[in-house]
Design a protein around this ligand. Structure first.
Ligand code: GLA
Length: 453
């Protein structure tokens, strides 16, 4: 059986009860939520400016609270997995006093958001956070926390107020950083991504925060991570299901390996002379190898003056030597990383097209190719994820399955016929040696303000 996801109403009610219990029975005045996500295809492409195809989930983080008159910024988490203390009073950031990461770890996402918030200064506030996104499962619990908290902060001072009108004192002093919220959703996602970089120490791409902000009910989003434009892809066929299987394993390597992969991609792009791997093609990558393999003998003869017919072979020696140099730098690991990213960007576009055309067999086939590439070329899968994919693929009615997100544990995503759901879950339970949990992925709306009355 798929896990039951607590309803949004239930989460808001839980958060409200906790808020009242902690703050003298006062009712919170503001509430906001933001979803976790699952990526259908296009992993490790976002920080290479490629394409991704995620959907926002009905698993959400909810923040309820109220503005307060003082300088306090009190936040309480209801998460049992968060490190202690569960209640923090973070100082409000202001010019000259930026907010730094510290302990407890869970509060770093919030410190980061307060630091990168685009409409400072903030008034004091009290807030409670609850979430149905499983922590550390690769479903973007951190992005949903960042975006939900940002959306909550936007409600503390909702009216746009121009800087000059607000400045109360001597106008000779440099004005404090009064800015107003222009409501730009992409800029909001970027601020949340920055929070993750500077305060959680994870150099993530933009996918998680962007889909948490922009998610659309009934749709996945084909996001161009270069232009940050997104195209909704309808997922409304009632005969189909996307099933999330949580392996419930998380390897500690995940974040250091993530940063390492990012560096390897940057290295590959620079060797290929491209601004990013988005600009590279299979031909560019293979082109570094082929002239050497195909023409090595002929070219060396030329350089040794041994042309059999005494005629100079037609070669561009500058290109030849730069190719030799690139090849020497492009070690096997870097080559394979680049090969995954270049292939995955093409697969993502092809997969989105297949889905739009109703070619679900084709979509499923591309999902499996993506998994194999993440496993063999990018090396971010693990035995648990490989076993889950194999177990799903054994079942009649399953179109495709792959690991999703950063890897090294976390979840798989499987596309199947709706009537195959029970036998798929059963087969995975029988074949997987761990304890999986299942969610039906329901494409949902992005971050939003909730009405408490
Ligand atoms: C993590 C990151 C994303 C993305 C995925 C892999 O979820 O936060 O930015 O890079 O891994 O696709």
């Amino acid at each position: 059986m798929a896990s039951l996801v607590p309803s949004l109403g239930q989460l808001v009610s839980d958060a409200t009860c906790l808020f009242k219990k902690l703050f003298n029975d006062e009712a919170p005045k503001i509430a906001a939520c933001a979803p976790g996500r699952v990526n259908l295809i296009g992993d490790h492409t976002d920080y290479n400016q490629g394409y991704v195809l995620p959907m926002a989930l009905s698993l959400v983080t909810v923040v309820v609270g109220s503005a307060s008159s003082g300088q306090e910024a009190i936040i309480v988490t209801a998460s049992e997995l968060a490190d202690e203390p569960k209640k923090v009073d973070l100082s409000l950031p202001n010019e000259g006093f930026p907010s730094f990461p510290g302990l407890p770890h869970w509060a770093n996402y919030l410190r980061g958001i307060m630091h990168h918030y685009r409409a400072l200064p903030l008034p004091g506030f009290r807030a409670v956070v609850v979430s149905s996104v499983p922590l550390g499962s690769g479903l973007s619990s951190s992005a949903s926390l960042e975006v939900a908290f940002y959306t909550f902060l936007q409600q503390l001072r909702p009216a746009p107020v121009p800087a000059a009108a607000k400045h109360p004192h001597n106008m000779m002093l440099p004005p404090p950083r009064f800015t107003f919220d222009d409501g730009d959703k992409v800029a909001k996602a970027i601020a949340c991504q920055q929070a993750e970089h500077t305060h959680a120490g994870v150099p993530c791409g933009i996918m998680d925060q962007l889909v948490s902000v922009l998610g659309m009910e009934g749709h996945a989003l084909l996001i161009d991570c270069r232009s940050l434009e997104s195209i909704p892809v309808p997922l409304s066929d009632p005969g189909l299901v996307f099933l999330i299987t949580n392996s419930n394993v998380k390897h500690s390597l995940a974040s250091s390996e993530y940063a390492l992969r990012r560096g390897q991609c940057e290295k590959a792009a620079s060797i290929l002379g491209k601004p990013s791997l988005r600009d590279a093609t299979v031909n560019d990558l293979e082109g570094v190898l082929q002239p050497i393999q195909a023409n090595f003998g002929q070219k060396m003869d030329y350089f040794l003056n041994k042309s059999p017919d005494n005629r100079r072979p037609h070669i561009d020696s500058k290109h030849f030597w730069s190719t030799i140099k690139s090849r020497a730098q492009l070690d096997d690991v870097t080559y394979r990383r680049a090969s995954h990213v270049i292939g995955e960007i093409c697969r993502t576009l092809k997969a989105a097209e297949s889905f739009k055309n109703g070619s679900f067999q084709e979509f499923g086939k591309i999902m499996v190719e993506s998994h194999n590439s993440l496993r063999d070329l990018y090396e971010v899968s693990c035995k648990d994820l490989d076993d889950l994919v194999c177990a799903a693929m054994e079942v009649e009615g399953v179109f495709g399955s792959r690991m999703t997100g950063g890897g090294f544990g976390g979840c798989t995503i499987t596309l199947l016929k709706a009537d195959a759901i029970h036998r798929t879950i059963q087969n995975i339970q029988e074949r997987y040696s761990g304890t999986p949990t299942f969610y039906i992925a329901t494409p949902s709306e992005g971050a939003r303000v909730l009405n408490l009355s």
